[in-house]
Design a protein around this ligand. Structure first.
Ligand code: CA
Length: 648
């Protein structure tokens, strides 16, 4: 390494003005190549796939309380190694993962000769990178103030982005909660300049030459969650820290870290088609479990009354109806939602949990996360935001046999909120409770990091189908985005599969559903979350065809494998998932015309399957068919329709 340093210094003396240093790392299949460049004191990287530029020179570096690490930078050393690991994982798209990456670590020095390292792990179709900071003399703590880290796309790129919500807006000032729509195929120069920027993940279509998904993973209590800036005029999206206005203005943006310390991983998934995007496991490949599971958590299906019967259903008798519904459907859980503290109360809750247990159903209970950072009025309040109250409450929950919590209405992405997420998860594990977050940030590798984390909303979810005509009209459009964007980087608790014709308790008169039953069944498979709250209601047992109810009784929520079949985000999608030896192929069509898809389903070649599909009259039927031994099959999906093929 000494020789390398001396060589660099001598080059530096010769070419002080146009001084440039380059090092390269390739994936094992040689198709993904990352080059690190220092040009005129600025550290950068660029990325090619099969020789085609996917990211142009993109900035690296950061500013901290201990100095500027964006300019006057020299590359002082580099090291390569191979990372190999195999792991099994519950609650994601795949149960067994093999990860192999070529690691390049580049150590830079700034003008004060303070060093930092950028570690790049390049696997086939995926890049993960982060900053690693040493102690600087006696300095063993530092505040990360901003990053230069960016992603510069070629000008022909179109974008699939969702705006970061403005802090302290929306219902009871609960934003941001990652509940804006993604806009499809927006040309780079038409992307709106938003002060709040855009959330992770962002999907980019590089001029018909390839696809790039950018996200973040490994965020825990030791950092804030970041997002993308609005694009600069040259097409660069920069990593930004949370708006200071989040959490009612309280708590800092940026991150306070101890030295030596690391930043979260930023991830880039790329390919010449969407297969690597749908199938990536990079959010989980580069993180590790942070604690052991206190028990063998069981995942599954749940009913919940709130989605269609709303607040008025929060009473003992109607919760009994939804426990009975769960029992009839062989579902593992019921979610008892907001306001149970007032309308049912703790004493009767024990009786309700006991009743559920007598029907072989277990209970998730809803909690408000808050106290300080918004005005969400629903109770129980002030039980999750301090260690003392939280542990007292969780002890009671454990005693009465509750199995999980849905905690709602978080304040944003600041480090202090990341601490709250982690504290809730860690305490809940001590009391044997699974956790679903609502009104929340994107989970960033949390399925692997926290063994009792079973999903997060962070999506324009089923509740907005009830509240907004416009969102109901865009239901299929949004559904065809999720497998490529939001849901590919983390579990997504959507709360869907509505079989009511109207999204109201009476199932008549208003909030008409615009998608077919086959579409709804497909979303049970398209949307991945290890515990799914389905929006079925007791009347569905008699007012929808029995084959649909039979399907909903059998559909799994955990998967061993996920395979991209076809699609284009915002237009249509077809993906396949495997649970044991049961395959489910699901599709949805958001276009205004019927779509024919020639699909290769080798996993079902020569097999007898059931096809759930809709026809031009929007009626859904179930037919049995035999797939040719080649596995080739021609599928048709109606507008606002969908399909499922399964051998189960
Ligand atoms: Ca929500």
């Amino acid at each position: 390494m000494r020789f390398f340093t001396i060589l660099l210094i001598s080059v530096n003396c010769l070419l002080t003005q146009v001084y440039s240093q380059t090092v390269t790392v390739k994936s094992q299949d040689k198709q993904t190549q990352l080059n690190v460049v220092v040009r005129n004191g600025k550290p950068m990287y660029n990325v090619t796939y099969k020789g085609i530029t996917m990211l142009e020179d993109s900035p690296l570096g950061f500013k901290s309380s201990e100095g500027d690490f964006t300019a006057g930078i020299q590359l002082v050393s580099k090291a390569d190694s191979l990372v190999q690991k195999s792991y099994s994982q519950t609650r994601i798209k795949k149960s067994q993962v093999n990860y192999q990456a070529n690691l390049l670590s580049c150590t830079f020095a700034n003008v004060q000769q303070r060093k930092f390292t950028v570690v790049f792990q390049v696997s086939n179709n995926n890049i993960a990178f982060r900053y690693e900071l040493p102690e600087w003399g006696e300095r063993r703590s530092c505040v990360m103030e901003s990053e230069a880290t960016g992603f510069k796309f070629p000008s022909a790129t179109t974008t699939f982005l969702s705006g970061m919500m403005q802090p302290m807006t929306g219902f009871a000032r609960t934003a941001p909660s990652y509940e804006s729509m993604y806009e499809a195929d927006k040309p780079m120069d038409k992307v709106a300049q938003r002060k709040e920027g855009y959330i992770f993940p962002g999907l980019f279509h590089v001029g018909n030459k390839g696809w790039v998904l950018v996200s973040e993973t490994g965020v825990n209590s030791l950092y804030c969650a970041s997002h993308l800036s609005s694009p600069s005029t040259d097409g660069t999206y920069t990593v930004e820290y949370p708006s200071p206005k989040q959490n009612n203005g309280f708590g800092s943006t940026g991150a306070a870290i101890a030295l030596p310390g690391v930043t979260p991983w930023r991830t880039i998934t790329l390919g010449d088609n969407l297969k690597p995007i749908v199938e990536t496991t990079i959010p989980f490949d580069v993180v590790e479990p942070l604690y052991e599971a206190s028990q063998d958590y069981k995942f599954g299906r749940s009913t919940w009354s709130w989605i269609l019967w709303q607040d008025n259903s929060m009473n003992y008798d109607e919760q009994v109806q939804f426990i009975d519904l769960a029992s009839t459907l062989n579902y593992e859980y019921i979610l008892i939602d907001a306001l149970w503290d007032k309308n049912i109360g703790k004493a009767k809750m024990k009786a309700l949990v006991d009743y559920a247990k007598s029907k072989n159903v277990n209970v998730f209970l809803w909690y408000n996360s808050n106290g300080t950072f918004n005005d969400a009025p629903q109770g129980p309040r002030n039980k999750m935001n301090t260690a003392i109250e939280r542990k007292k409450e969780m002890r009671w929950l454990h005693e009465i046999g509750v199995k999980g919590l849905k905690v709602d209405f978080f304040g944003g992405d600041k480090q202090e909120t990341m601490r709250l997420y982690e504290d809730i998860l860690s305490d809940a594990n001590d009391f044997g409770l699974m956790i679903i977050f609502h009104g929340t940030t994107l989970p960033r590798g949390w399925e692997r990091m926290y063994p009792n984390f079973v999903g997060a909303e962070a999506v324009l979810a089923s509740e907005m189908l009830v509240f907004s005509d416009g969102i109901r009209a865009a239901e299929a459009y949004n559904a065809t985005m999720h497998p490529f964007i939001r849901n590919t980087v983390g579990s997504m608790e959507f709360g869907g599969v509505v079989l009511n014709k109207y999204l109201v308790k009476s199932n008549a008169g208003r909030n008409k559903r615009l998608t077919t039953d086959a579409f709804q069944l497909a979303t049970a498979v398209l949307f991945q979350n290890a515990v799914q709250m389905f929006a079925l209601t007791p009347n569905n047992l008699t007012d929808v065809p029995s084959f649909e109810i039979d399907f909903m009784k059998k559909v799994p929520t955990t998967w061993d494998e996920t395979v991209y079949i076809d699609g284009y985000p915002g237009k249509y999608c077809v993906i396949a998932r495997r649970h044991g030896n049961q395959w489910y192929v699901a599709g949805a069509n958001a276009t205004k015309e019927p779509i024919k898809v020639k699909a290769a389903l080798p996993m079902l070649g020569g097999k007898k399957v059931r096809l759930y599909a809709d026809d031009a009259s929007k009626l859904t039927s179930m037919t049995e068919l035999s797939i040719k031994s080649s596995g080739m099959v021609e599928l048709q999906m109606q507008p606002n329709g969908g399909l499922v093929i399964t051998n189960h």
